[in-house]
Design a protein around this ligand. Structure first.
Ligand code: SAH
Ligand code: SF4
Ligand code: F3S
Length: 479
């Protein structure tokens, strides 16, 4: 296949952080006559890996594709365009994608005009991109996180020229407004408030794949939220790698606390936000969360480690004491607060003492839920160059031990809910049992209960009957 390379990623450029306000680009709807005709009988399949940033990008891509007439299918075999929207945060995320691309080879042989698209965070890593270009020559279109808005132009190019197109630019990035969107849920919505990350934790690839921290303008965020409320949405989650850094790069004089309060005042029944970084979390933000009834009392506050030595090597810029003080202030001011976290086990040369400090912190904070990961070296990050004397067995033993410690507080928090009545936003049928519905409480606990499918999208009262570590069983009660 012939190939057109517009650009390729570059880790040095990906590190650049130009100062000043982000460029904000207001896009206008435009569709070429060619695409409108081409899309008529064509179907697309999309699979998204990774975090909510990718989920929200998928919704923009769906908006663009369906806007010109492509229709969505749930099976790869029925599609004319297959899009893999990828994640590079850990090796296992990457491996899943290689498996999937490998599986598509047969389909491509049967259907010569099939367009296979690889986008998201994986192509942003130069060595991985080269590997993909060499090993999977049948992938037709590869672009990165900064090029999502060009999807339709790219598809038109590939369809017309039958060439492979590569467009992955490393840059600090712009803010694009006005992209169409087709949301996955009709009652819960993600709203980006800040893109990118400037934190450069030493283990993490995200600042390289997503560019610099750049906030959307205050009014643009409010406008999107207002539209969602008008459309009957029940829950909005404000999104960013570090929502607490919102507004620092703008000259609007607003911070994340101001934005939270303004969105809460629009009257959405449930307001959430993720992810928080302890570094930028202020008392003003805590006060707003405590004050507004419709801001859910749930904070995902990644700690990563309980050892100050490891935190320093990770570049997290807080000590375990800073973190505990912050958590204590949150717990004191916000009643009924649910807390969750991310923890990495096996950072290079983490000692038994370091690990013990993580266990101690976990026991002290008593999280309501948590995500745990074994450290995975990411090419091009500083931690990947650190020598590591800790063997795999030690890491996996520590991982299991950490999970056991976490389960104590997670189970206790679920158990304390038994017998009580909670508001639950009904999401749909339970994943494992289509006789049951499921939804989340305000503190983000998953509840399964019997009920009619017409309840989906409503906030109902559920009495908790049984607790399992990671979910609850309840029954609907009348108001
Ligand atoms: N911006 C968010 C999320 C980043 S990715 C934050 O700062 O919390 C989600 C989680 O993946 C991180 O919190 C971290 O715990 C984990 N993670 C990131 N890079 C990793 C790596 N190289 N190995 C293992 N876990 C990693
Ligand atoms: Fe990665 Fe750290 Fe940024 Fe989170 S704050 S995205 S862990 S660099
Ligand atoms: Fe993965 Fe990219 Fe998100 S690496 S975690 S999809 S920002």
């Amino acid at each position: 296949m012939k190939e057109k390379i517009i650009n390729k990623p570059d880790m040095v450029k990906a590190r650049n952080r130009h100062s000043g306000m982000p460029d904000i680009v207001y896009l206008e709807d435009s569709a070429s006559a060619f695409l409108l005709e081409y899309a008529k009988d064509k179907k697309y399949f999309i699979r998204t890996y990774g975090c909510q940033a990718n989920v929200r990008d998928e919704e923009s891509m769906r908006g663009m594709l369906e806007g010109v007439g492509f229709s969505k299918v749930e099976k790869e075999a029925e599609a004319d365009i297959i899009i893999l929207n990828t994640c590079a945060v850990r090796e296992n995320a990457e491996d899943k994608v290689y498996g999937e691309i490998g599986n598509l080879k047969g389909l491509k042989q049967k259907k010569k005009d099939l367009i296979i698209v690889l986008c998201g965070c994986i192509p942003e890593e130069p060595e991985i991109l080269e590997r993909i270009l060499n090993v999977y020559p049948y992938v037709n279109l590869i672009f990165g996180t900064h090029e999502v808005y060009k999807l339709l132009n790219f598809i038109e190019y590939v369809a017309k020229h039958k060439e492979r197109l590569v467009a992955v630019e490393s840059k600090d990035g712009e803010v694009y407004e006005g992209l169409p969107v087709r949301r996955t849920s009709s009652h819960k919505a993600f709203v980006n408030i800040i893109y990118g990350c400037n934190k450069f934790c030493t283990y993490c690839i995200v600042p390289y794949t997503r560019g610099k921290e750049r906030s959307r303008r205050f009014d643009d965020v409010l406008l999107e939220c207002k539209e969602l409320i008008d459309q009957g949405y029940k829950e909005i989650t404000l999104l960013g790698q570090n929502v607490n850094a919102y507004g620092k790069d703008l000259d609007e004089g607003k911070d994340f606390a101001d934005l939270l309060e303004a969105v809460a005042k629009l009257g959405i029944p449930r307001l959430r936000f993720t992810t928080s970084h302890p570094w930028d979390f202020t008392s003003k933000m805590i006060d707003i969360i405590a004050k507004c009834d419709n801001i859910m009392k749930f904070i995902h506050l990644p700690v990563q480690s309980g050892s100050d030595d490891i935190l320093k090597k990770m570049g997290r810029r807080y000590t375990s004491k800073d973190y505990i003080n912050l958590v204590n202030e949150m717990k004191k001011k916000i009643s009924g607060l649910g807390l969750s976290t991310d923890i990495i086990v096996g950072f290079p040369n983490e000692s038994d003492e370091d690990f013990q400090k993580t266990l101690d912190l976990v026991d002290e904070v008593k999280y309501d839920s948590a995500f745990t990961f074994i450290y995975s070296p990411r090419r091009g990050t500083p931690a990947a160059k650190m020598e590591d004397a800790i063997d795999k067995e030690t890491k996996s033993r520590r991982f299991k031990e950490l999970v056991k410690h976490l389960e104590v507080s997670v189970s206790a928090s679920s158990e304390s809910m038994v017998g009580k009545i909670y508001d639950v936003l009904v999401d749909g049928e339970s994943k494992n049992d289509d006789q049951m519905l499921s939804g989340y409480t305000e503190s983000n606990k998953l509840v399964h209960f019997k009920g009619d499918i017409s309840l989906v999208g409503q906030i109902i009262k559920v009495k908790i009957l049984e607790s399992h570590t990671y979910s609850l069983i309840g029954e609907k009660v009348d108001e």
